[in-house]
Design a protein around this ligand. Sequence first.
Ligand SMILES: [Zn+2]
Length: 749
Amino acid sequence: MKKREQPSDPQAQNALRRLETQFDLTVQELRGLSDGPDPLDRFAAFGATIDLLERLREWQRDAGPSLVTPTVLGVEATQSIQFFRPAVNIVASGGRSGQQPENDLPLVARKATVLRAYIANFAGVSGALEWRAVGSAAWSGPLPALNAPFNPPVDPIAGRGSSLASLNFRLPATACVGDLEVRLSFDGTAQPQHSRVLWDLFGHSHVQSGIPQLWTTSTVFTLHFQAVNPLGIRLVRMRYEGRGLRLPAPSLADFWRTATMLRRMYPLSEICLWAESERLYDGDFSDITPGAAHAPGTPNGGSTGDWLHILNNLVALENPPSCVAYVMLYPPGAHNPASGFIGWGVGITSLVPTDNQSALAHEIGHVLGRAHAPCGNPAAPDAGYPNYGSYPRASIGEFGVDIETMDVHNPATVSDFMSYCSPVWISPYTYEGLLNRLKTCPGLTLCVNSTPVRRHPRIERAASQREYLVLTIQIYRNGWVRLVPPAFHLPAEPRTDWGRETEYFVELRDEGGFPLSARRLWLQDAHVTADDAVTSYLVCLPWQEAASELLILRGDTILERFSIEPMPPRVSGLLWTGEKAKGRGTLSWKSDLADARFAVRYSPDGGARWFAVAIWLERPSCAIDLDALPGGEAAHLEVVASAGFRTTRVRVQLGAVPRKPRVAEIVWPTRSLLVRRGQTVRLMGQVASVDGEALVDTMQWETGRDGPLGTGRELLLHTLSAGRHLITLTTDDGLGRLTRATRRIDVRD
Ligand SMILES: [Zn+2]
């Protein structure tokens, strides 16, 4: 054994002497025991070894308390909700249960991400965030923390319910792509401690370095961002005329403002407007339930039909790509005070008032297949909604973070937005459900309207595209069936059934009673169950020319039969008055059937896309403003006519309709703004014309003071320098020029 060195500290010398005595005794004992043939002796040797280790721990205690080192306990990466210590314990009837791994909820590409660093034994901490794509050499420029200098609480993770418990950073949306290496650097003040000498069992000395007052540390980790297709929305801005009111339609800016909460909560990088237009509704707006009788000519239907009549007809005429959600935004003043509704979501259609941000998130949730979370006594609550530990039912289950405001949403008091309770945020359950839906949905890979003009417009869709009879049907419990005639059959893409399977069917039969095509009805309304008095369906039934009868069945029992007229209306004398392909004009025609109803649709590109112009006409003419429709090289108008089911379509060619320049608009802030330095500023813009939106990557933001700020629909900035900024949003107008919008922001120190 090597000669032991002696510590200088008398207290440590004492401890070492006691240890040496103990050590020598134990080693002698061990020699005797471990060499012996008796297994019991050898077992005793193990006991003695453990005893020796106990002594060693005692020696460590004698040497004084361990040094208090500044530590990064962990980093939470969140875009709206995240599992983090202490992980919630989930009891779910299906799917996840038990404790969840930290940072286990996936992150979505191109969505800004907040990093919450939990730090201990440190004061006055500042920090910087850098990033680089995995495999690339250069780090980004450093971005300062959101809330420096920062003094962590004694137990930072227990204080997770406040954004002040962590040093917070925000990765810009454009950085959040693929595999990203992230470096967080910290500097601050530690409790200063001197270095000291520790002695091990063999008397070897070790120097444990002390803690300097100025302490720096850094941590490097990798984040993975999943690409998710944008959510496609067909926006319908409702102009309201009824009950003596004339209310203008909400604007595009109104829509984007209303979508703020949805954009913050959803696992979603972008919303794309597949199309948008204004549309009149002139009923008394007393009822929005899909089951009631709201056809044109009723008080609630007005001359236009109710919201669902309007939207279902738009769906039939426009044949949107799958996963595009129809959203009708209405001016809040249109709401009839005699009724208690706010919004509705059924099938792929929804109705929402302007500026009700949680209602938009809720109804789009229904359109994406989410049922109600069980709080506030909603219809048909989701039986699979998990219990999160001891939190109330429909709790969000974890701490949610608003990445703009850094408001932290507490699972003890905040409910999932799919419930009827408030306040609301998103739960891991709804987050994962929406993410799976958005990932499996083919959706839009690109905002369709932003695609370049087709040089060789497709004149007709693929020959494989067949016609579907589009039906809006209501079925009452007693077997009554309501069907809003006339219906149209039109070429369309086949759609996947989803929702809850019912026992109802629609069927086309020929003259001999032979079934030609059939479709089961799926309940796609989270607000009703199959047991309710009335249920409503939008169904696309493959059309057959030989059909002579339409049947609605419950199982094998026929509930209602509608005979199909032998001939469709004959439409002739189609006439477009007005300039060939510009401005306002009138389309007129003749029909041989007096009870025929008509719709008019427009295609800018030879039939590749269709936009409904008129959904319900009783007379054979229609005023059309081509300046309010997308431009294109091969524009067509088409009259769709039916007196029951059998449909005629007649086209008139317009040639080239001019495209309209896109106009940039700053949606947020809505006016000049005064902020403190370091405060987060939201910049949000939109650049659109009736032809569609600009690609978000081309939307450039800058300020004369600080230079370029970034690209995208929305930026969250906390680094504007003190002084007066003229913020400019610039992009191309789609016709070779630039379009610009500006806003003044004053930043005070
Ligand atoms: Zn609902």
